[in-house]
Design a binder for this molecule. Structure first.
Ligand code: ADP
Ligand code: MG
Ligand code: ZN
Length: 641
């Protein structure tokens, strides 16, 4: 039970205790002044001492008090001086009342001292250099006793559930078991396929005989795969809640412990507990932290402890069968880095994809979370769902919470549509930086740049409709923003649409060129995205007529590049001539779209200028305004772009 944190804690207390003891020891030593040996001898000569103790390496003397043989001179008030020493007081120990106040270190074997003491007629005695028993007790044993008592007290307080100090080395079983999980399938929305798959697990847990009768075997392990925040953890809990069985959870990262062997011991504990509580669900969150493919540690090298833990998990999974009623759920967002041994039949052989929600799914998720929030009538969750493509469940939950926070800040009782709008903006683009000062020239460039995006984005076919244009600077370095959101979820894109997208991306730079005849640095990110899209058209989608429908991009990992990929670089499967052609084709696409964007802006020059001045004044323009002029103009000139 002594894991790393506790060890640190303990060490800390040992050090504190030592410092404490040292200080205590110092303070219990009598207030003795150390003088040079020469001075000590002078003092002996001058008869300053009433008594002297001579030790092997140190000499002590007591000044003041009554000289032997003199009449005690007792003052009427004030403390009684210590009694004068007598000739028969030759105790070698220093009694409490009879303590020295001057000390010196003897200079190697000085024999004269005794003669001098005789001469001066001072009482002296030898001294064995060893602290008295009471002193020892006071300065060491007592504080130590206090420390140990304190220690036991602390350990008892930390080791909850009756685990004493002596459980050292045994794994600390801290597996969170829950008996009554309140989460149900109702709380999870937008992932209907996953729910359907998991329904089978629920049915099995509730009526195992139904499966046993036919001889059907339920999978031992079900792996939930999906991006972070899609609701994997939530789903696992919901399964336990629906089936009314205990829910044991532990995360992969928790498994991997600093102490060798503890991780593996935990796996054993987990399974032992689970079997005791069967039927139940064991949920291993973030399995990738534990089940990383052996040897795929990349540049960081392997991790023995993790491998041991993983092996133990594999052994345990093989060692029990589902008739015991234990079902293992696990979650990961990176299935491709998992050790293949984990995915073998009899282990996590069933994978359930927990996908990003589509528009209807997002709406359903919003409805789930809207139960806890006071929404005003004017909030249209359907519209919110439409405005949030790419948001996962956690984002949507966060969105409603942000909106509620904004409403609370206003002191309102309800969350309005405006709050939700602002929350979306905030999540997508970061906080507005209203009071950042931007000089008028830059502001003008930004306004033209954003208008350029907006106008091109509105006029080309296939580009996502422009929602609004703003020149309010936001976090993450954006000086202005043109919001373009698709009206529906898209899974495919045509060549025309891709080209339109590239043109819209280049619209900012094109406007700068048209109006100022000069480029600014503001387009760096646009250019990067436009170039990437153009390259993808050529090497991934085979959309270049010159190169034909050949895939030229190196195989890419859908979720994440492994460090090894980055280290070795990607393989190139074509010659230099093709490489040159690729570059040329990418260039042609980008430059062609740039020309197109410039033409669009030039043909709407007047309108763009007008909108720019509105934008400079109001800071934000609605997308409809932009579309209006775009439509008019296209009709007027009759030209189709
Ligand atoms: P994951 O484990 O996939 O990273 P979580 O299950 O931890 O995601 O989700 C975090 C939170 O986001 C949940 O507690 C829940 O509030 C919300 N959430 C995520 N997905 C959904 C969903 N499909 N339906 C409802 N709420 C969801
Ligand atoms: Mg999770
Ligand atoms: Zn831009």
């Amino acid at each position: 039970m002594l894991d790393n944190r506790k060890l640190k804690f303990t060490l800390f207390y040992v050090i504190v205790a030592l410092i404490f003891l040292w200080m205590l020891n110092k303070s219990f030593r009598p207030g003795v002044k150390t003088v040079p040996y020469s001075k000590f001898k002078q003092m002996v000569k001058a008869g300053a001492f009433t008594q002297v103790w001579v030790g092997e390496t140190e000499v002590f003397g007591r000044t003041g008090g009554n000289k032997p043989g003199t009449v005690q001179n007792i003052p009427s008030n004030g403390p009684t001086p210590p009694p004068a020493p007598t000739e028969n007081d030759n105790s070698s120990s220093l009694s409490f009342w009879n303590r020295p106040n001057v000390k010196a270190i003897r200079v190697g074997g000085d024999k004269d001292l005794v003669a001098q003491l005789d001469k001066a007629g001072i009482i002296y005695s030898g001294r064995i250099e060893q602290p008295g028993i009471i002193e020892t007790l006071l300065s060491w044993i007592l504080p130590l006793g206090i420390m140990i008592a304190f220690w036991f007290y602390m350990m008892k307080r930390m080791g909850q559930a009756g685990q004493g100090v002596m459980a050292f080395g045994k794994s600390r079983v801290k597996i969170h078991g829950e008996n009554d999980v309140e989460t149900g399938f109702d709380d999870v929305a937008g992932v209907d396929e996953a729910k359907e798959e998991l329904q089978e697990v629920v049915t099995f847990l509730m009526e195992p005989q139904r499966y046993a009768r036919i001889g059907a075997r339920i999978p031992k392990g079900v792996l939930l795969v999906g991006l972070p925040g899609t609701g994997k953890t939530l789903l696992a809990r919901a399964v336990a809640g629906e089936a009314h069985v205990p829910f044991f959870t532990i995360s992969g990262a928790e498994f991997v412990e600093m102490f060798v062997g503890v991780g593996a011991a935990r796996v054993r504990d987990l399974f032992a507990q689970a079997e005791k509580n069967a039927p139940c669900i064991v949920f291993i969150d973030e399995l990738d932290a534990l089940g990383k493919s052996r040897g795929a540690g990349g540049l960081t090298g392997g991790n023995d402890e993790r491998e041991q833990t993983l092996n133990q998990l594999l052994v345990q999974m093989d060692g029990f069968d589902t008739t015991t009623g234990v079902i293992i759920l696990a979650a990961t967002n990176r299935p491709e880095i998992l050790d293949p041994a984990l995915l073998r039949p009899g282990r996590f052989d069933r994978q359930v994809l927990v996908d990003k929600p589509d528009r209807a799914g997002r709406r359903a998720i919003l409805e789930v979370h809207a139960r806890d929030v006071e929404l005003s009538e004017d909030v249209d969750l359907d519209e919110v769902a439409a405005r949030t493509p790419g948001f996962v469940g956690a984002d949507l939950a966060n969105l409603l919470n942000e909106a509620a926070l904004l409403a609370a800040r206003r002191g309102a009782d309800e969350v309005t549509g405006l709050d939700v709008d602002r929350a979306i903006d905030r999540i997508v683009a970061g906080l507005e930086k209203k009071n950042r000062l931007i000089n008028p020239t830059e502001r003008k460039i930004v306004a033209h740049h954003e208008m350029g995006h907006a106008i091109v984005g509105s006029c080309v076919p296939g580009a996502d409709p422009v929602q609004k244009v703003t020149i309010v600077p936001r976090g993450m370095g954006a000086l202005g923003l043109t919001w373009q959101t698709p009206t529906e979820d898209r899974y495919l894109m045509t060549k025309t649409e891709l080209e339109g997208k590239i043109a819209a991306l280049l619209g900012g730079r094109a406007a700068e060129l048209v109006f100022f005849g000069e480029a600014s640095t503001g387009a760096a990110n646009d250019l990067a995205r436009a170039t990437d899209a153009a390259r993808a058209m050529v090497v991934e989608y085979g959309m270049s007529d010159t190169l034909g429908p050949i895939r030229l991009a190196p195989e890419r990992n859908a979720f994440l590049q492994t460090p090894a990929d980055m280290f070795l670089g990607s393989r190139k499967e074509y010659g230099d001539k093709v490489a040159d052609t690729i570059d040329q084709e990418v260039r042609n696409i980008v430059e062609g779209q740039m020309e197109r964007a410039k033409k669009i802006i030039e043909s709407h020059r007047q309108d763009v200028a007008k909108l720019v001045s509105v934008l400079l004044e109001k800071e934000t323009i609605d997308g409809d305004e932009v579309r209006k002029i775009c439509n008019n103009r296209t009709k007027e000139s009759g030209s189709k772009i």
